[in-house]
Design a protein around this ligand. Structure first.
Ligand code: ADP
Ligand code: TRP
Length: 324
């Protein structure tokens, strides 16, 4: 079973991307052939500072390893270092109906958020994502819920290509957690926790005092009981989901544990749990930040292995499409 997923180097990793994506990647690396990459080309669809960008990419690599990706068990690489991604993206563009791209939720949201700089890359973003995936003939793509639409387009394009030019691509399936595929903002539990809005995030590498402050001030709901109810208690339900997945306890177990307790006690217990569980990640990140050469070597090894697979696919694609 071959698995692939990516993360953008647009800021530090938060508990949403950790739970929804990276925690799945950690489990999958134990059994599958895994490729994980830093989607630097996708990140350029919104403004980035070229001076800081290489540092951001390296920080993302450091954070992935600190969060538990094992370079001995998976391939970690930088998207732009494997040129086949952009080549396949162009070829897939020729098969992609414009209307499909215009109705993508992420495109609609981002073009609102960055309304002064809507570029064609923002629109073509999902085509590059399809290329990322199809290049490697993968079976599954572990992602959070926000990527569902992009994965649907990937499947559509794979099938369309296969139909038009003959079987070339494996048709991949998304892999999403039943609970935890969409962790919500601590400030507004109706909105997704997202790096593009740092104020909504609990970062994986936040210092203990910051974790405590953010959890204690997380928006909760009217009423007093610690009960899971997405409609009536979205704030408490989100915190219960985080507690349950980080503490490996079922939600009903937690409801029992906090039956006669108030929001304050519950939040304090969650903050303590997070401080304890996230401590090793913070330590590992500190250690890796002083081992830049080691991290760069991992990325170089990853590039070579990824490129080997990507080149084989491209050779087939070029032939099928009648390119020299
Ligand atoms: P964003 O920029 O949206 O914060 P990333 O680009 O870092 O997120 O996303 C990396 C992975 O984490 C993707 O698979 C995405 O679906 C997942 N993810 C991001 N935010 C969340 C969230 N709040 N809950 C669950 N999964 C998430
Ligand atoms: N679009 C994804 C995100 O924002 C990142 C990504 C790019 C990705 N290419 C991918 C995820 C391929 C899975 C597979 O989170």
């Amino acid at each position: 079973m071959r698995i692939l997923s990516g993360i953008q180097p647009t800021g530090s990793m938060h508990i949403g991307s950790y739970i929804g994506a990276v925690s799945q990647w950690k489990k999958l690396q134990e059994t599958g052939e895994c490729l994980f990459f830093i989607a630097d080309l996708h990140a350029l669809t919104v403004p980035q500072d070229p001076k800081n960008f290489p540092g951001q990419v390296l920080q993302t690599a450091v954070e992935l390893i600190a969060a538990g990706l094992d370079p001995e068990k998976c391939i970690i690489f930088i998207q732009s270092e494997v040129k086949e991604h952009t080549e396949l993206c162009w070829l897939l563009n020729t098969l992609t109906p414009l209307g499909e791209l215009e109705r993508m939720t992420q495109y609609k949201d981002k073009s609102k958020q960055f309304k002064d700089s809507i570029n064609a890359g923002l629109l073509n973003y999902p085509v590059l994502q399809a290329a990322d995936i199809l290049l490697y003939q993968v079976d599954s793509v572990p992602v959070g819920e926000d990527q569902k639409q992009h994965l649907e387009l990937t499947k559509t394009l794979a099938k369309k290509f296969n139909q038009k030019y003959g079987k070339t691509f494996n048709v991949p399936e998304p892999l999403m957690l039943e609970t935890g595929a969409k962790i919500m903002s601590l400030q507004n539990p109706k909105k997704k926790m997202s790096k593009s809005q740092p104020e909504t995030c609990l970062f994986l590498f936040d210092e203990p005092e910051i974790i405590k402050k953010k959890i204690m001030s997380a928006v909760t709901d009217t009423g007093k009981s610690i009960k899971y109810n997405l409609e009536k208690k979205p704030g408490i339900s989100n915190l219960l989901t985080i507690y349950s997945l980080v503490g490996q306890k079922s939600i009903s177990e937690l409801e029992k544990k906090f039956k006669n307790k108030g929001y304050g006690d519950f939040k304090k217990s969650l903050a303590d749990l997070l401080i304890l569980k996230l401590e090793p990640f913070r330590q590992k990140k500190k250690e890796l930040l002083s081992r830049e050469v080691y991290v760069k070597e991992i990325l170089e090894r990853g590039r070579k292995k990824a490129q080997f697979i990507a080149q084989a696919t491209m050779q087939d694609v070029r032939k099928k499409m009648g390119l020299a």
